[in-house]
Design a protein. Structure first.
Length: 267
């Protein structure tokens, strides 16, 4: 839909408009990346101008440049531009009702989480409805990518380029995740296990500010166009449910719920 014309007494910032034009063109690239020349052809801007704009976007963290072929692609930071924009229609109309029907089947609370930079962020939950809930305030909480069931399920099923950007962000830290993200053997084993299983698990490695070893979780990725876009988890107390029992009881119910969400997203 064409936007209404806006009249202002202030002059337009031409450089900003061109920078946004380059970001928009890069977002449309089928392979998710392009050279400065290709972007110049797409936008009609001079190649030198495009290169300067790209270098500025790289310096601000919104675009990432590949050292191998000098191509450019959007970085995860562009998602921060949408943090203030609330577009939760698919969550409220598709995911929430499905999570409501999941609750009686598993009793334990479930979380729907979406990627947010180097972490997963809880966007919807049944904690407030579950009789077994031990955390009432979960929406907005950030979950470590390599230490939680949702994060592991997501990083094992997201696009390769996105995974590399997430790992790059994690390696820049100074915590346990930075160490794990820099361990090729750990990552190889993690990805192989998550892809073979089709789900992620957390056996007490991270526990919402409680001492380690108390909370477990299983998570199944929600996939669109071949890649994960979110994860649906069931969270439980380890003293009440063993991991093998959680997998046997909750993963089939999660997969059924995820299939309904994926079907709803397609429709």
């Amino acid at each position: 839909m064409q936007q209404p014309e806006h009249h202002s007494s202030y002059p337009k910032v031409r450089g900003l408009a061109r920078g946004l034009q380059v970001l928009g063109a890069l977002n449309l690239c089928v392979k998710g990346r392009a050279s400065s020349g290709e972007l110049a052809n797409m936008t009609g801007l001079h190649r030198t101008t495009v290169r300067r704009l790209l270098e500025t976007l790289v310096s601000q963290g919104y675009v990432w440049r590949s050292d191998s072929d000098d191509s450019f692609q959007l970085s995860l930071r562009v998602r921060e531009l949408s943090e203030g924009f609330t577009d939760t229609e698919w969550i409220s109309t598709v995911a929430s009702p499905v999570m409501g029907t999941l609750l009686p089947k598993v009793v334990w609370p479930s979380d729907l989480s979406l990627p947010s930079g180097e972490a997963m962020q809880v966007r919807e939950t049944t904690h407030r409805f579950s009789p077994l809930s031990f955390h009432r305030v979960m929406v907005g909480r950030r979950l470590p990518m390599l230490l939680t069931a949702a994060g592991r399920a997501y990083i094992g099923h997201c696009a390769d380029e996105e995974r590399e950007q997430i790992l790059k962000l994690l390696r820049a830290g100074e915590d346990e995740q930075a160490r794990l993200a820099s361990d090729p053997a750990y990552l190889k084993n993690l990805l192989a296990r998550v892809r073979a299983d089709g789900y992620g698990t957390n056996d007490g490695e991270w526990n919402h500010n409680l001492e380690k070893g108390k909370i477990g979780a299983v998570a199944v990725p929600i996939v669109q166009h071949g890649h994960a876009v979110a994860c649906l988890s069931v969270i439980y107390l380890l003293r009440a449910v063993r991991r093998e029992d959680a997998v046997a009881r909750y993963v089939p119910a999660l997969r059924e719920a995820v299939a309904r969400i994926e079907a709803g997203l397609q429709g």
